[in-house]
Design a protein around this ligand. Structure first.
Ligand code: T5A
Length: 218
């Protein structure tokens, strides 16, 4: 793991906060609520989402996810990773400017979903090496069966119960000391209150000079 200081000219750096979890675990809802409440308290925060479907790479990913295009498993894996790499310099610039990013999915989704297809875990992790490491990963933990009952499930390629069960196992294998596992079966407001406290602490740690690092942390 390499490290560097991200505090420049007295500006306190922002935190890179990632929300991970199965499809329909509530990530998008919680990202929106976090950004809304933290902005209201004066924290400079932005909501981000991977895949970023607005870029050329993201459009290819979107076509794949909606089954309008077929791609080899390794090809789509590398596209998901490229979609993060094309945002690396912007992520770093935002953090240096003191803006905290609340990111809906990141490299852990990239690895978990591809490895759940049977691809080698180390191979899946390799293209992510060198991307900014999150200061905090919030894993929204929900039984796959319960997520499947939530609105809209079933529309995209990976939204199948047996596949999501495999993904859940892979997510567990990826957990490290930067992770906090939160019960995503709780009511939305309860989940929000838990996450908000964890995020505020992480932002404060970064403002106090916590080192910035790159994937994969030890
Ligand atoms: N993928 C992604 C890869 O394979 N590799 C990668 O590198 C990346 C980045 C698209 C797919 O791409 C894969 C993973 C995915 O399969 P996506 O666009 O993030 O990724 O799609 P989803 O994860 O499916 O995103 P969703 O928006 O559909 O799900 P969320 O964000 O987890 O859930 P959310 O907040 O939209 O909530 C879903 C429903 O549940 C309700 C909400 O109101 C909503 O109806 N809900 C709750 N209900 C009860 N209690 C709660 N606590 C609730 N929280 C939310």
């Amino acid at each position: 793991m390499s490290m560097q200081s991200y505090c420049t000219g007295g500006t306190k750096r922002g935190a890179l906060i990632v929300l991970e979890g199965l499809d329909r675990s509530g990530k998008s809802s919680q990202c929106a609520k976090l950004v809304s409440s933290l902005s209201g308290q004066g924290f400079p925060v932005e909501a981000w989402h991977f895949p970023d479907r607005t870029t050329d790479v993201g459009k290819m990913i979107s076509a794949y996810l909606s089954s309008k295009a077929d791609l080899d498993d390794r090809t789509i894996h590398l596209l998901f990773s490229a979609n993060r790499w094309e945002k690396k310099s912007l992520i770093e610039a935002k953090l240096k400017d003191g803006i905290s990013l609340i990111v809906d999915r990141y490299s852990y989704s990239g690895v978990a979903f591809s490895a759940a297809k049977g691809l080698d875990l180390s191979w899946c992790k390799a293209p992510e090496v060198g991307l900014p490491a999150p200061d905090l990963v919030l894993y929204l933990d929900i039984p796959p069966e319960k997520a499947a009952e939530r609105g809209g499930y079933g529309g995209e390629r990976y939204e199948k119960l047996n596949f999501q069960k495999e993904v859940a196992k892979l997510f567990k294998a990826l957990q490290d000391s930067n992770w906090q596992v939160v019960d995503a079966s709780l009511p939305i407001e309860d989940v929000h209150n838990i996450l908000k406290e964890l995020v505020q602490k992480s932002i404060t740690d970064c403002q106090r000079g916590k080192e910035f690092s790159f994937l994969w942390p030890a």
